[in-house]
Design a protein around this ligand. Structure first.
Ligand code: GLN
Length: 541
């Protein structure tokens, strides 16, 4: 019988539910259970694909091409899972299928209502993930905060699941903030108590409460949370600030959370060892060296816009024994004061991430040019790959005014152009080239060294690509396309063999990077930054 764990949040959003959910999954995996994770996002968007990363954070792309909430990235990284689009449920997607059914006449003349039709659809979606994945435990994180109007149908659905699945097969975990007053240093549990009341008003009595607090909560706070939350003290846990979030699972497990969950759900597992996980955390926390990377982007003010990239750089850093410090630089700064580009000489590596639209693109091209002409290790991802082609076309191939048609539709040299199948696309949602696609790697190249394979599968999210009409002139001038699609129709990787490390990909390696298993392109970049800093002649990859 599959077990269901539901995680809700109280007091405010961004309280760390995603990390607690991932940590529960990790504790269960350590005990030998298989898990999957669903994220519920109560917004009306059908998926996260049309949302601005500057407001909502990065769009995480799954192997099957889902454009999902960034929490799925945390689940994948913590749990080393490949999730599917179905693992992200939104209000929009639920209503879309219910309305489709209504239009088809599936409801046979009945009045279609939030209860039972919307709630039934939510339960159906959760159960079908359980069925398809065949796991022991399904974790479902409800986004937002209890009390939000838009979250109500979801809470109602998970409330019903307790009745339908049984007490031993369902568990409610509530995560809420416990602030500490500046003046007195007191831990205040009242907001948490109110959020528990809000949850009960809907009919859900939490089984476990996790207090999110900057410090470990004291005995008095535990007593109050247990008393007013109507749970035993052993069911109160604390997620406090730690040097890296990868430490959260052990910190919760040390408090007895993993064992408590297993007892409560009647799961008998093996003793957790944490060996592999600890080895990764240790290497992350005890670096021998430090490198500084300039991330030249457009959403530099919100590091969550680049969360998978940040983590991929960290995973690579842990493997090399190096702390990677990332400075987020707004590309537009270079356009406004070109002299500032010289500040890049202080960095061990230059990184140009994904991006959309013209704002800041010339600044990014300037940064790529600086990396190339000063032989500073460079990694470009997606938009960064496309702009590296533009820079090379303009400054090495002499193609004046070369550009991507995304940025300048009238460019005399459209070295980056819309993919033919994108020309007539009108709907913006889920219409990019998305998800895992195969790439063939040329032997004898840096890419081949990094991936040590002739074929790889990497995740994508783009509409534009290198224009086949310009392949020859680019290659004749020394640009090496070391990876292409198997049908030979599109270029996927570029490199400059005479440089210390100049590498870019149309795909996003960061989505598949995991703790202890860094993605090859990120690893190659970080290792090169370090080797160059240490004065080594060429990266020994
Ligand atoms: N804007 C570019 C495209 O659509 C790059 C997208 C990206 O960086 N993810 O092709």
């Amino acid at each position: 019988m599959v077990k269901y764990i539901f995680v809700t949040g109280g007091v405010l959003s961004s309280v760390g539910k995603g990390v607690v959910t991932s940590s529960i999954g990790k504790m269960l995996q350590e005990r030998g259970f298989s898990v999957t994770v669903i994220k519920i996002d109560p917004y009306v968007n059908v998926d996260a694909g049309t949302m601005n990363p500057y407001i909502h954070g990065e769009v995480f792309v799954t192997e099957d091409g889902g454009e999902t909430d960034l929490d799925l990235g945390w689940y994948e990284r913590f749990l080393d899972l490949n999730l599917n689009k179905e693992n992200n449920i939104t209000t929009g997607s639920i209503y879309q299928s219910v309305i489709d059914k209504e239009r088809r006449g599936d409801f046979l003349g009945r009045c279609v209502q939030i209860v039972p039709h919307i709630t039934d659809e939510i339960k159906y979606r959760i159960r079908s993930v359980a069925e398809k994945s065949g796991v022991d435990v399904v974790l479902t994180e409800c986004g937002g905060t209890v009390g939000d109007i838009e979250g109500l149908p979801f809470l109602e659905a998970i409330r019903q699941m307790r009745i339908e699945e049984g007490f031993d097969n369902t568990l409610y975990v509530h995560v809420a903030l416990v602030p500490i007053l500046d003046v007195t240093g007191e831990m205040k549990t009242k907001p948490l108590q109110h959020s528990v009341n809000e949850l009960r008003r809907i009919g859900i009595q939490p089984d476990i409460i996790v207090a999110r607090c900057s410090k470990m909560i004291d005995a008095e706070a535990v007593r109050k949370i247990a008393l007013f939350g109507t749970i035993p003290k052993e069911a109160v846990f604390c997620s406090y600030n730690v040097p890296t979030i990868y430490l959260v699972p052990q910190k919760l497990d040390e408090q007895g959370m993993g064992d408590y969950i297993c007892r409560r759900l009647k799961l008998r597992g093996k003793k957790p060892s944490w060996k592999t996980w600890n080895a990764f955390v240790e290497s992350l926390l005890n670096p021998k060296y430090e490198i500084k990377v300039a991330l030249v982007g457009k959403y530099a003010g919100l590091s969550d816009s680049y969360v998978s990239m940040n983590e991929a750089l960290r995973h690579a850093g842990a493997k090399c024994g190096v702390k990677v410090t990332i400075d987020y630089i707004e590309a537009e700064v270079f356009e406004e004061s070109p002299g500032d580009i010289e500040s890049l000489k202080n960095y061990d590596g230059i990184f140009v991430p994904y991006g959309f639209g013209p704002r800041g693109s010339e600044g990014k091209i300037m940064a790529i040019n600086y990396a190339r002409t000063h032989d500073i290790p460079f990694l470009g991802i997606c938009f960064g790959f496309q702009l590296a082609v533009v820079e090379f076309a303009r400054n090495i191939c002499g193609l004046k005014g070369a550009n991507s048609t995304e940025l300048d539709p009238d460019t005399p040299h459209p070295v980056i152009d819309l993919m033919p199948e994108q020309r007539n696309v009108k709907y913006k949602g889920a219409t990019m080239r998305l998800g895992g696609h195969e790439i063939v790697i040329k032997e004898g190249t840096l890419a081949y060294k990094l991936y040590n394979s002739r074929r790889i599968v990497e995740r994508h999210r783009h509409r534009w690509e290198v224009n086949p009409k310009y392949w020859k002139v680019l290659e004749d001038n020394g640009l090496v396309f070391s990876g292409s699609s198997p049908d030979g129709r599109r270029k996927e990787i570029l490199e400059l063999p005479d440089k210390y490390f100049f590498f870019a990909s149309q795909f996003h390696g960061e989505f598949k990077s995991r703790p202890g298993k860094p993605d090859p392109e990120y690893y190659g970049f970080v290792k090169s930054c370090l080797d160059r800093k240490l004065g080594k002649p060429r990266p020994e990859l």
